[in-house]
Ligand binder design. Structure first.
Ligand code: AMP
Length: 165
């Protein structure tokens, strides 16, 4: 894990004052480290039973797609950009470490594992949980690449994280 941590850069006061931002772009840019991260993710969720991986826009889409492809799982999109999903959609408003956001999901059913890059307060993960429930899914577990333990994240469902700060 220390090897991966070396590729996570921190920025103070980004995107707003008082926030220490964890930038995973150097990990995404490095195929060897990225692969190590993906393998760690797969290891952490190997005993969890679910039908789909629900990916949180936008950074959850990246590694989440690779994991879903490797595990041959379908993908459900949790979109934060409004009006990008056609058909019957469900919406929730939620808080995150540095603001508020909206999340939308298309109607569906089945057990889902929620995936995002970072869990800070847990507001985004819980937003995903609520909107997936509203849409007809059964969110059973969550996985995050990075967990900011000092913020004491709150989660409606059990979760695991690859890297902790
Ligand atoms: P939260 O809802 O507080 O758990 O925040 C998680 C969401 O906001 C994730 O989608 C992250 O991408 C983003 N985020 C929140 N805090 C940070 C941080 N300190 N560094 C990087 N991303 C963050």
């Amino acid at each position: 894990m220390e090897k991966i941590k070396k590729h996570i850069k921190t920025y103070l006061d980004y995107p707003i004052d008082g926030i220490k931002y964890y930038d995973l772009n150097p990990v995404y840019k490095n195929p060897k480290i990225r692969k190590e991260l993906v393998n760690n993710c797969i290891q952490l969720i190997k005993d969890i039973k679910y039908d789909y991986i629900a990916l949180i826009e936008a950074r959850g889409f990246l590694i989440g797609s690779i994991i879903a492809d490797k595990l041959k799982k379908g993908i459900v999109l949790c979109r934060s950009k409004k009006n990008r999903l056609p058909g019957k959609i469900f919406t929730v408003k939620h808080k995150l470490e540095y603001g508020e956001a909206t999340m939308q999901v298309q109607e569906g059913s089945g057990k889902v594992l929620i995936f995002d890059d970072v869990i800070a307060t847990g507001g985004t993960g819980n937003g995903a949980y609520s909107v997936l429930k509203k849409a007809g899914y059964n969110p059973v577990y969550a996985l995050y690449l990075v967990e900011l333990t000092k913020l004491k994240p709150k989660s409606n469902i059990p979760y695991k994280s690859v890297i902790q700060y």
